[in-house]
Ligand binder design. Sequence first.
Ligand SMILES: [Mg+2]
Length: 323
Amino acid sequence: MHGGKGKRAAIIYFPGRVSRVKIEAALDSALGTLSWEPTLWFATTPEETGGLQALRAVAQNATHILVAGGDGTVREVLDALAREEITNVTVGIIPSGTGNVLARNLKLELNNVSTAVKRGLLGNRYQIDLGLAKVIYPNGDRAELYFSVMAGLGLDAKIMQNTSKRLKKAIGWVAYIDGGLRALPTLFEKMLVTVDSKEPRKLKLVSLLIGNAGWLPGNISLMPDAKLDDGLLDVAAVGPRRFWNWIDFWGRVAFANENIRPNRIGRQLMDATANVKTLENLTGAKIRVMPEREVHLQLDGDAIGLVTEAQFEVVPKAITFRL
Ligand SMILES: [Mg+2]
């Protein structure tokens, strides 16, 4: 009705991952004669990885934020918006990482900038939940951090902690395996897990995964029942006997992602994912984890460091995407 009056796009981009020229062309094509306010551009830096850029965009009246980056950049942006309770902007993703885990869960096309820009600006609104991790570090400090897809406590997080950022960016999932082998030998962890007000359960495991969404590297779902908008978190455990299968799983995911079209390797990967089981009756809105000793934590693939305790809560419909 108003030809886009008052609407303003902001592009938060990881320089070098995606061509700014390509995004500019896609913007011109998507917005055409709509008279939106001039687009804002924010490059991420090693010191400012996306969150501050999102807040600056909002301060400059952005109404539509597009994130051109990987899972790390997306997590930073969503964390900043959720933390400040900013609900009057929508978010779109121009998938530009090596994992693109949230983009996959949103069923976005991975290699089409023009479609990504168009959908991110003009697509239908879709609200998703976020997970909120409330953690206690070994020195007693506390922090609250948001995630969109999955948190992991234990070996998976240790692997990411031990993987160099440069390597992770250059070769994606493969780097995780390299880091994993360096982190060996692994001790199994004991954790006391409490879901909502149910009886606490003591688990012996390699990794405890808290999912807000099913996870689809190579088109495979780790948690088939987990959904981005159901107001619930799902818990899955990788047990001691499943350890070597787990390493094998990561290796095959890496291989599928880098070399083979997902649908061709899908059947083989299904065998490996059968070794990661969702724990029965461990789905809820609040999950408290007390490890017997400090363990590593990762959120959407970002290594957070060691924690002595973590509570995970779902924040329903925290972010509005355009798809
Ligand atoms: Mg969910």
